[in-house]
Write a protein that binds this ligand. Structure first.
Ligand code: K1U
Ligand code: ZN
Length: 178
């Protein structure tokens, strides 16, 4: 058994970030390895969430941990085939970021609270009521599984501006690697 590995995070624009992912049908060692690698990649970034398509795996799994380091023990969560089963009428605006859209932030309005059901790595069904940053994060990550990015909530002009910056960033990074 080898240790966890960092995976490369895809940067927008990438066609894989625009696709709807397929449900997980088989929970086994390969999926466990992917979950471990995604958690390691998320903590290393650093980030508070990561969805499988962001590392090029087109399957419905996400990881998250919204505990701030000063708040105490980490709470790594792995959600397989997550479904939002209830949303609050109350909305909340949060300045979101995305590891696939580095250094770009914008206000996004979403339901303030959500109830989510999912399958755990042990195969057991789970559900939880999320509020605050956890609610924002889980909705952002489930959007990734449906090929949606936070910039899709912005005005077209702002979205285009961010996309152009990302094209430039990718070009610069490719040049640095050559
Ligand atoms: O999905 C992702 O790209 C991860 C993203 C999650 C997210 C952030 C903000 C609102 C909703 C969802 C990030 O983790 S961006 C990085 C970030 O927010 C952060 C990084 C270090 C400390 C605290 C936050
Ligand atoms: Zn994201």
């Amino acid at each position: 058994m080898t240790g966890m590995a960092l995976r490369d995070i895809l940067i927008h624009p990438d066609p894989r970030l625009k696709k709807v992912t397929s449900p997980v049908t088989d929970i086994g060692p390969e999926l466990e390895r992917l979950a471990d690698d995604m958690l390691e990649t998320m903590y290393n970034a650093p980030g508070i969430g990561l969805a499988a398509p962001q590392v090029g795996v087109m399957t419905r799994m996400l990881v998250m941990d919204c505990i701030k380091s000063e708040e105490g023990a980490p709470r790594p969560m792995v959600l397989i085939n997550p479904r939002v089963t209830w949303v609050s009428d109350e909305m909340n605006t949060y300045e979101e970021g995305c590891l696939s859209i580095p250094e770009q932030y914008a206000d996004v309005e979403r339901p303030a609270e959500v109830k989510v059901s999912w399958t755990g790595l042990d195969g057991a069904e789970q559900s939880e009521h999320f509020s605050g940053l956890w609610a924002t994060c889980v909705q952002h990550e489930i959007d990734h599984l449906d090929g949606k990015l936070f910039i899709d909530y912005l005005r077209p002009l702002k979205r285009q501006m961010i996309t152009r910056k990302m094209v430039k960033l990718k070009r610069e990074r490719a040049r640095e690697r050559a």
